[in-house]
Design a protein around this ligand. Structure first.
Ligand code: SF4
Ligand code: F3S
Length: 265
């Protein structure tokens, strides 16, 4: 439980661009140092840890043994399945490569909760975009158990840190039909958009930079669940529409193929 300690976390980065851990480092509620010292106990992370090679793998094995059934597995990235998963390898041992597919399956069985951080881990995302030569899929597709999908490309740090805080303090959050916490994804971007009055008045932008609603330019806000308009990004100062670009639906299961082309002239 929660109130008696930190949340033990094993963080596995698989097939993604690293954007989610960079976004995560921009957390302000609380700041990153307090996430690491007061909120989570990071047992293993092939991104954040100092240990490398066999030392790092030894820490992973120790984490599985000591925290079996108690740790939270955070996966950042999609899971390639083609050619036995060889397109994402987390380590090479004397016995051969350890694929992300193998690691996610093994850790997924031993974890208490599984959290998919970002759209690649949640649904395949950009890593699974057509023609998807690596056969990349979301984490839930290779695990026979529930996964908490914290989608976004990248994930907003509040969504990820907030989900971890919820697990720590209250257990699993209420999820929507895509396995995402309703707390962050329960309303569409469109619902709270600052340009909503233009939409309602049928006043649409003709080009990027115009102040009217960008539905005419392909804005995906009406079909995208996320609280970007009021939570905002990077110290809560801005978000796509405020920065004069349409929402491209980065939290959706069909992103990016279902949002392409991003801008409709
Ligand atoms: Fe909706 Fe997009 Fe228009 Fe905002 S800019 S009101 S999200 S369609
Ligand atoms: Fe993504 Fe749309 Fe928010 S593109 S960051 S869900 S405004």
């Amino acid at each position: 439980c929660a109130l008696t300690g930190r949340l033990p976390v094993v963080w596995l980065e698989t097939s993604d661009s690293g954007d989610n851990n960079i976004a995560f480092m921009n957390t302000t509620s609380p700041y990153l140092n307090r996430v690491f010292t007061d909120m989570i106990e990071l047992l293993y992370s092939n991104t954040f840890m100092a240990a490398q090679g066999e030392d790092a793998l030894a820490l992973l094995e120790a984490a599985i043994t000591r925290y079996r059934g108690r740790f939270t597995l955070v996966v950042e990235g999609a899971v390639p399945t083609a050619d036995g998963g060889l397109y994402s390898v987390i380590a090479v041992t004397r016995r051969g490569p350890v694929t992300a597919l193998e690691a996610v399956r093994r850790l997924g069985k031993a974890a208490r909760y599984v959290v998919a951080a970002g759209t690649c881990a949640s649904f395949g995302g950009a890593s699974a975009a057509a023609p998807n030569p690596t056969g990349a899929v979301g984490v839930s597709q290779v695990l026979g158990r529930p996964v908490i999908n914290v989608s976004g490309c990248p994930v907003n740090p509040d969504w990820l840190v907030g989900t971890l805080a919820h697990l720590l303090l209250y257990g699993e959050p209420e999820l929507d039909e895509f396995g995402r916490p309703r707390l962050f994804y329960g309303a569409t971007v469109h619902r709270h958009c600052q340009r909503r009055s233009y939409f309602d008045q049928k006043e649409f932008a003709e080009k990027l930079g115009d102040k009217e609603c960008m539905f005419s330019l392909g804005c995906a806000g009406p079909r995208t669940g996320a609280d970007c308009p009021y939570r905002q990004w990077i110290n809560h100062v801005s978000w796509p529409v405020k920065a004069n670009t349409p929402c491209i639906g980065c939290t959706n299961p069909d992103f990016p193929d279902g949002s392409s082309p991003f801008f409709t002239p």
